[in-house]
Design a protein around this ligand. Structure first.
Ligand code: AMP
Length: 192
């Protein structure tokens, strides 16, 4: 599940993963849990996350690799917020290739920037995430454009199916659009 901060990746990924019967693996949630537990990784990640930057690739890649090795991810997983840089994408491709597997599809949520700002500032009042500030958001959008958007080109060049989904509108409607696209691509989806 690919998209800029505030695009609804987390919300949609958790819903779609249930319909696919595979775990939802959210890099940001895992990092926030490391921060909350005060682990070495959490201590290193917290100031970077608060400033809207990216946690170093090697740390995130190791975290995701060990998660993907857990038994529930044996038949696949819906990754959310990873890969976020081209080196992460290359590392993911290599770790999947070792299992004779690959990224099946990229779901790219498209949301205009003024809508992203509106959603994140609203989330700031409800979820209290320490990076949901105007400065944090500006930095995350900049990082998204610079480091994360090129991940789409990486997969486009590698001939991976990229499904662009209009991420504007009602939450249920957007889930329906994603499910329709997956079905259209021959993916088996459980009924809601
Ligand atoms: P998210 O919940 O996806 O918005 O992620 C929150 C923050 O966690 C990001 O702004 C980054 O600081 C960090 N983060 C999440 N995923 C990654 C990743 N794949 N690589 C590096 N940093 C990440």
């Amino acid at each position: 599940m690919f998209g800029p901060p505030g695009s609804g990746k987390g919300t949609q990924a958790s819903r779609v993963a249930v319909r696919l019967g595979i775990p939802h693996i959210a890099a940001g949630d895992m990092l926030r849990s490391e921060v909350a537990r005060g682990t070495a990784l959490g201590l290193e990640a917290k100031p970077i996350m608060d400033a809207g930057g990216l946690v170093p690739d090697d740390l995130v890649v190791r975290m995701i690799e060990s998660r993907l090795n857990e038994p529930d991810a044996k038949n696949g997983a819906l990754l959310d917020g990873f890969p976020r840089t081209v080196p992460q994408a290359i590392a993911l491709d290599a770790m999947l290739a070792k299992r004779n597997d690959r990224v099946a599809e990229v779901i790219s949520l498209e949301v205009p920037e003024d809508e992203l700002r509106r959603r994140i500032l609203k989330r700031a009042t409800t979820e209290g995430r320490s990076d949901d500030t105007l400065e944090g958001l500006a930095q995350r959008l900049k990082v998204y454009r610079q480091d994360t958007a090129p991940v789409l080109d990486h997969y486009r060049t590698g001939n991976t199916l990229i499904e662009s989904i209009n991420g504007h509108g009602d939450i249920d409607e957007i889930t329906d659009r994603i499910i329709a696209a997956l079905k259209h691509n021959g993916v088996t989806v459980k009924t809601a």
